[in-house]
Design a protein around this ligand. Structure first.
Ligand SMILES: *Cc1c(COP(=O)(O)O)cnc(C)c1O
Length: 334
């Protein structure tokens, strides 16, 4: 099956599995796992941060960051369709007593700087204490340049807020923009990145930042049940991903572009967004039956409603793109 549902569906490659099998391990709660320590050091170095902590998921990473930055009665600002705000179970509020303050997002996923300025609270007993501004990059595949992020960052900094980047797919942005990774994340106090999306590892995210914030995040990770033992087997997959699977994200982006061009030429299909490894399409007659028809042609895609998101990734080859376009053409002409 060709699986376009997400870039999280990749399976570890033979090379990655070898690296996992050969990983040196130890009890990471004691700080004894050399592979985890190597991964954390490598991410910190590549991102120009003092420290990093390996966590189970992007959700845990963002939550550890929220808890490290904010206390009970504090507030964080995030875009109104940001992952941290919408898709993480309200963890900051549930577990940290942290109030989310959503702000409208502009088309590329940047929280509207004017709206940020308008919701930052003054020091007044009526209000939660605004502490943190969260950005997300890429958002729905769309990369925001450093200059673009600055428009929001400057507003936050001006007001003395801390800054967190939900960079689950930050490497897609770095590759697409040909940016320097450390420069890209330099304005942020903490940065979360996923190993388990476009980079192709089976699990794991890494949170990086100052020594102090990461020490705090590490404490929260333990409380959240994320203190793992011989987890170097997973860190080895992350190291392999960082060494082998970053530059090749450009292939996923090229394939998304080819896929968008092919699908856009099919009557009834309109490409509404194409950026990095994500293609969004409107389909006339999107329905569950269409999804089943595609499945019968060997294609997994969430097309029961519009717009549908299609993601390219490590396990979608050049040849697959032709198969995908052909399958859509046949499914929609049936
Ligand atoms: C996937 C994702 C997360 C959460 O990662 P999980 O590993 O699924 O918990 C956070 N933020 C963004 C932008 C994501 O795409």
């Amino acid at each position: 099956m060709i699986d376009l549902r997400s870039d999280t569906v990749t399976r570890p490659s033979p090379g990655m599995r070898r690296a996992m099998a050969e990983a040196e391990v130890g009890d990471d709660v004691f700080g004894d796992d050399p592979t985890v320590r190597r991964l954390e050091a490598l991410v910190a170095e590549r991102l120009g941060k003092q420290a990093a902590v390996f966590v189970t998921s992007g959700t845990q990473s963002n939550l550890c960051a929220l808890l490290a930055h904010c206390g009970r009665g504090d507030e964080y600002i995030a875009g109104d369709s940001a992952h941290t705000y919408c898709y993480e179970g309200g963890g900051g509020a549930v577990l940290g007593g942290i109030q989310p303050q959503p702000v409208r997002m502009l088309n590329d996923g940047l929280p509207d700087p004017d709206h940020i300025a308008a919701v930052i609270k003054p020091d007044d007993p009526h209000f939660a204490r605004t502490k943190l501004l969260c950005l997300e990059n890429t958002k729905d595949g769309v990369p925001q340049s450093i200059e673009r992020m600055r428009e929001a960052i400057d507003v936050g900094r001006e007001a003395g807020l801390a800054l967190h980047l939900d960079g689950a797919r930050m490497w897609n942005a770095v590759v697409a923009l040909r940016a320097d990774a450390a420069e890209f994340v330099a304005p942020f106090d903490t940065v979360s990145m996923c190993l388990s999306k476009g980079l192709g590892a089976p699990a794991g995210s890494v949170l990086s930042g100052s020594r102090e914030l990461i020490a705090e995040a590490r404490k929260w990770r333990k409380m959240l049940g994320g203190g793992l033992r011989q987890v170097g087997v997973l860190a080895a997959a992350g190291l392999y991903a960082l060494d082998n699977n970053i530059e090749r994200l450009a292939d996923d982006h090229d394939r998304a572009e080819r896929m968008a061009a092919g699908l856009g030429a099919i009557p009834g299909v309109t490409v509404t967004s194409l950026a990095t490894n994500m293609v969004f399409i409107d389909i006339v007659g999107a329905c569950a039956a269409l999804q089943s028809r595609l499945e019968s042609f060997g294609l997994l895609a969430l097309v029961s409603s519009s717009p549908a998101r299609l993601a390219t990734h490590l396990d979608v080859s050049d040849d697959d793109i032709g198969v995908v376009i052909d399958a859509f053409g046949r499914a929609l002409s049936a």
